[in-house]
Design a protein around this ligand. Structure first.
Ligand code: ATP
Length: 257
């Protein structure tokens, strides 16, 4: 496997008296599918937010592709190639699927109204390219027939596919997925996982995913990181993490599933 793409070092994030993340340290190798597991409230989502720039750490370092990105805003980190998926919000649900996609396209540096007025041809050309990429991705994810429907009419599984397709508009090198299988029927869930593997094989995309379903974790990840109470308590091959007594004690319960 290739070298590490992401390194999280001693990250601390508090909310008042709550230590949501309390000195978490781990690395993610480029081209891997790494699962982040742990009990409710372990700090997994907060860590995702810190890593992708949606929340600022109180302490610690986030290094992506050799660059310190901690403290940089989400859009700057996305431009470096690391993105997280988001649930389709109410506002996005009220828009057509195709607009959900085009809105996720990265802005060109200096793109603003004056530029569009001064260079209408270039602006139109870019808009066309963005729409073409959006249509291509929708076709890849079996959503082309839904392009003009409101995103709110999609099923749970189709929404998850749209969430993944949206982040691919920025051609990321690393994607963070927060519970991709939650509320998804097994058929679409299986499809989503196939797409994750295909992206990793064909484009070398790196995935870090929060997942509670241990079958998915064991069957689809190369590496597993377990958090509890804001800290990493185990990090290694799936089988080794599943049988780690600390993981069984903090998360899996008496009998390893
Ligand atoms: N914005 C916030 N304000 C206050 N407390 C927060 C905030 N966000 C998270 N927390 C607290 O931080 C802790 C970690 O929460 P977080 O959502 O990161 O855990 P998690 O591992 O993702 O849990 P789950 O698996 O249930 O989603 C929890 O105690 C939570 O209540």
């Amino acid at each position: 496997m290739t070298d590490e793409l992401l390194r999280v070092e001693e990250v601390v994030k508090r909310f008042g008296g709550v230590h949501a993340v309390d000195g978490a340290t781990f690395a993610v190798r480029g081209g891997s599918i790494t699962a982040l597991i742990g009990p409710n409230g372990a700090g997994k989502t907060t860590l995702f937010n810190v890593v992708t720039g949606f929340q600022r750490a109180d302490r610690g370092e986030v290094v992506y592709d050799g660059r310190t990105v901690g403290g940089r805003p989400a859009h700057a980190i996305a431009r470096c190639g690391m993105v997280r998926t988001f649930q389709i919000t109410k506002a996005l649900a009220a828009m057509p699927v195709i607009d959900n996609m085009t809105l996720a396209a990265p802005r060109q540096p200096g793109e603003h109204l004056a530029g569009v007025i001064a260079r209408p041809y270039a602006a139109r050309k870019r808009e066309k390219a963005v729409r073409e990429r959006a249509r291509e991705l929708l076709a890849r994810y079996g959503l082309e027939q839904k392009a003009d429907d409101y995103a709110g009419t999609l099923s749970g599984g189709q929404r998850k596919l749209l969430e993944l397709a949206r982040v691919l508009m920025v051609e990321p090198r690393m994607v963070l997925l927060d519970e991709p299988m939650a509320g998804v029927n097994p058929t679409l869930g299986g499809k989503l996982l196939e797409h994750v593997h295909a992206l990793r094989e064909q484009e070398g995309t790196t995935f870090l995913l929060i997942e509670h379903d241990m079958e998915v974790v064991m069957g689809h990840s190369d590496r597993v990181i377990c958090m509890a109470q804001g800290r990493v308590i185990a990090d290694g091959e799936p089988e080794a993490v599943r049988s780690d007594p600390r993981v069984i004690d903090a998360y899996l319960g008496g009998a390893a599933r």
